[in-house]
Structures are given as C-alpha cells and as structure tokens.
Ligand binder design. Structure first.
Ligand code: PD2
Ligand code: ZN
Length: 308
C-alpha cells in the first residue's frame, strides 16, 4: 500500500531536534505503546514520513500494518493536541456595569457602591450590598445547619469533603426564607441576570486557620461528571461572594493570576465572571486563611440558564 504523505506528511514538518529511535523486529507486529511513542517522537523531531516508514520496514514491519500504525497514531495524537489548544466557546455573562462605569448602582431595593472594577479578569467589588441586619439573620439561619464543606466532584458529579476547603457550609434553597428571597432579588437586579439562573445561596463559615485553596468555580469540561451537573442550567458563569461579617484578621478573597486581594468587609461583596470554563478567564480565586476570629460568606453562583 503506498504511503499517503498528504494525509500525514504535514505533521512531520513540525521540526524539532532529530532523535532517531530503534524499533523491534516483530513477527506478530502489535502496535505497542512504545511504538506509538516512537512514531510521535519521530514526527515531533521533523522526520519525514518516508524515513519513519522505511525504518519500520527495515525493522521487519509489514508495509500495510506500518502505514496503518503511522496514520492511526498521528491522527490520535493530533486530536489530543487540538483538544488541548482549542478554547471552549465564550458565552454571555452577567455584567453589573453594563450601563457604563459608575460609583453607585441601584439594585432594585438598595443603592450599592462600586469600590473596584477590574476588566481582566472581570472582577467588581461592591460595598453596601447586604445590610448588617440581613447579614446577621442569614448567619443565624445558617448556623444550625453547618456541616464540613463539600466540593462538587466533577469526576462523579457527587459532593465530597475536600481538604482544599476547611470551612463549614450549607446551602439554602432559592427563596427559602424571606431574607434569602429579598437578597437574591437584589443580586439578580445588580447582575442583570435572571433570578431563576441562580443556585441557592451557599453559606460558609471559616474558623481560625481555615481557608479555601485557589480554584475555579466553573465545572471542568474534561471531567466525566460534568455533563450531568450541566443538566441543571448549564455552566456557572459568575460568582458573587458576599461577606456576612468582618474577620478580625485574614480571610481575603485572592485572585492569584493578577495578585488581587479583596478584604472581607461585612455587607460588601466581590463579583467575578468567567465567559468560558477555561483558565484563560484568569478567574482562579481562593479564600486566604483566617488568621484571627471567624469569617462568614454567602455565595451566589449563577448559571447560563435556569437552575432547576
Ligand atoms: O470565602 C471566600 O473568600 C471564597 C473564596 C473562594 C469563596 C469562594 N471561593 C466560593 O464560595 O466559591
Ligand atoms: Zn470559589
């Protein structure tokens, strides 16, 4: 069978340093992982396909089998590389400052102050989003239902206790208490995003030393459990982390890609969005350890579509 360099030849033009491997003479000729690796190394080194094929033939390979092995190996390798470099498509995300930069925003029933606005990653810090009384009421309602925080396991779709998260937490259902419903309506107005696309509020309590190691809030598309999670409204596209108290020391929300630290202040909130489930959004963030006192937050995650 003739080799078809038009189908595989271009791959060999990549041109790194040449490192010629040796292959075994085989009578049964299975395409082993070692052979695949060797073919990829030759291709990456810029070896022309004819030379690779010739080496295989010299080593005793049947021509049809050798051509098939070359084509299959390179097709798989190219597909893997393409998956790694192609970004997931961007989707619309909430934008609190859609009407342009301003200092004060009307969020349905309350005026909120814009403290900081960063464009890449998209981060907005607000003051005065939640009143002191609302913060205290949410803490009181959540306190009796706290359990060691779980993280959604995107490999299985279930929730598990995770060492990266040493806080305690609970979820309210959307609209579960009047205070939740009031604050959620305000958040929807602030973000210009449908209330129905929001998950229920999650409340976290961090004691001294507790932290939330840097992570992304979107679900990793490469994980097998993600398709089942996405059935409930699609991807998460934004987070609004609201501070329900002011810790005595520590507990900043940090964005390591841009060295941004947001200080937790009672009633304030940090909003950030991510238009694709990819590190290019620079939405990596974490909760730095609480040094003294405790830290309480309520997080609203919003999805692309209606969260059911
Ligand atoms: O409590 C925080 O600062 C924090 C940090 C990172 C909260 C979250 N992530 C979250 O709720 O996703
Ligand atoms: Zn987070």
């Amino acid at each position: 069978m003739p080799l078809r360099p038009n189908r595989i030849g271009w791959f060999f033009a990549a041109g790194l340093s040449l490192e010629f491997g040796k292959i075994q003479t085989m009578s049964v000729q299975p395409v082993t992982p070692e052979l695949r690796q060797w073919i990829i190394e030759q291709a990456t080194a810029g070896q022309p396909p004819e030379a690779v094929l010739q080496s295989m033939l010299t080593s005793g390979w049947n021509e049809d089998v050798a051509v098939q092995a070359l084509e299959d190996t390179l097709r798989e390798h190219l597909a893997e590389r393409a998956r790694a470099v192609v970004l997931p498509p961007a989707v619309p995300v909430p934008e609190p400052l859609a009407e342009g930069a301003r200092t004060r925003l009307w969020a349905g029933d309350r005026e909120v102050t814009v403290v900081t606005s960063l464009h890449n990653p998209r981060v907005v810090v607000f003051a005065n989003l939640i009143s002191d009384e609302e913060c205290d009421e949410i803490i009181a309602l959540a306190r009796t239902r706290l359990a060691r925080s779980e993280t959604v396991q995107t490999d299985t779709g279930s929730s598990e206790v995770n060492d990266a998260r040493t806080s305690q937490g609970m979820f309210f259902d959307r609209g579960e208490h009047p205070v939740c419903a009031r604050v959620e309506a305000r958040m929807a107005a602030l973000m210009h995003w449908p209330l129905e696309n929001g998950e229920g509020l999650q409340v976290l309590r961090y004691g001294p030393g507790a932290e939330y190691k840097p992570h992304y809030d979107y679900f990793d598309p490469a994980q097998p459990g993600t398709p089942s999670i996405l059935k409930r409204g699609g991807q998460r596209v934004a987070s609004l982390v609201c501070y329900l108290n002011t810790p005595a020391q520590g507990g900043n929300t940090v964005f390591p890609d841009v060295q941004l630290d947001v200080a937790p202040v009672k009633g304030n909130a940090v909003f950030f969005s991510y238009d694709r489930p990819h590190a290019s959004t620079r939405s990596l963030h974490g909760g730095a350890p609480v040094i003294e006192g405790e830290k309480w937050v309520a997080t609203k995650w919003v999805r692309e579509g209606r969260f059911v």
